[in-house]
Design a protein around this ligand. Structure first.
Ligand SMILES: [Zn+2]
Length: 266
């Protein structure tokens, strides 16, 4: 199996523009973990691979939104579902060396469910691997994201574009400089961005802040607390964008609620 000779982390985020694509990526990865022959890729022929393809591998457990009485998917993944995962994850695998939990639309976990997931990721049961499928990683708690390896789908659309990353950098430097007027001017300058570009900017901001929190990227002088606040603010903006809040409102929020660094006043 894929674990021999290469280290498998215990938690991954698969991010793609559609829920189907993110789940497809995670399933392919799970197949590689569970494959009897291992290697970089699943062989696609062994019993384990075929069971994954048929959706009947007993060690690949999929969690998705429950349905209501009328058969419609509920709005959120709830805490009881994550608690059930936690209990199950301590039980040994049936056939494979690992148990893989695929959480479809993990960005639809409500806050209580995300906190339960965080506890699980902080002290993962031996041999359990968690695959979080998302279309909008900024809806995950930064603390959850920081414990996962992120894999982005190919195709580029969900990759934050260079321009968005540049803007996110400008915003963070303005915040770090501690000059509210400068930050407000920056926000005014962006408020004509359309919904899509605003979303791309918020995604880029989440990504950059997460990198800074994990020390994968130097930060312009913001404290951990300020970065965490900015991450929370960005995920709030992401939620507003999902209900079609206009860009003006988003940048208004950033102008007012962004915590300021102490600047370079020495
Ligand atoms: Zn195989």
């Amino acid at each position: 199996m894929a674990g021999d000779g290469q280290r498998i982390g215990h938690a991954y985020i698969f991010s793609a523009p559609s829920a189907e694509e993110s789940e497809r990526m995670a399933r392919a990865f799970a197949q590689g973990i569970l494959c009897e022959h291992g290697g970089e890729k699943a062989c696609g022929r062994c019993a384990a691979c075929r069971k994954v393809e048929a959706g009947i591998h007993p060690d690949l457990i999929t969690v998705r939104r429950l349905e209501d009485d009328k058969g419609r998917a509920r709005r959120e993944i709830v805490i009881d579902q994550i608690r059930a995962v936690n209990q199950d994850a301590w039980i040994l695998p049936n056939e494979a060396a690992r148990k893989v939990y695929l959480i479809a639309e993990a960005d639809k976990m409500n806050p209580a469910a995300q906190n339960a997931a965080l506890k699980l990721l902080e002290e993962p049961p031996n041999g359990a691997v968690f695959l979080l499928c998302v279309t909008n990683p900024s809806l995950l708690l930064p603390t959850v994201r920081s414990r996962c390896v992120e894999r982005r789908g190919a195709g580029g659309e969900q990759e934050p574009e260079q321009e968005s990353l540049k803007l996110a950098g400008e915003y963070l430097r303005a915040a770090a400089a501690g000059d509210r007027a400068k930050l407000v001017r920056w926000c005014f300058a962006q408020e004509n961005l359309d919904q899509r570009d605003t979303q791309a900017l918020i995604d880029a901001l989440c990504l950059t802040v997460t990198d800074m929190l994990c020390a994968r990227q130097a930060n312009p002088g913001l404290s951990t607390r300020q970065l965490t606040e900015i991450a929370a603010l960005a995920s709030r903006c992401g939620e507003y964008l999902r209900v079609n809040t206009g860009s003006k409102h988003i940048f208004g929020l950033l102008a007012v609620d962004t915590p300021l660094g102490s600047g370079n006043r020495g």
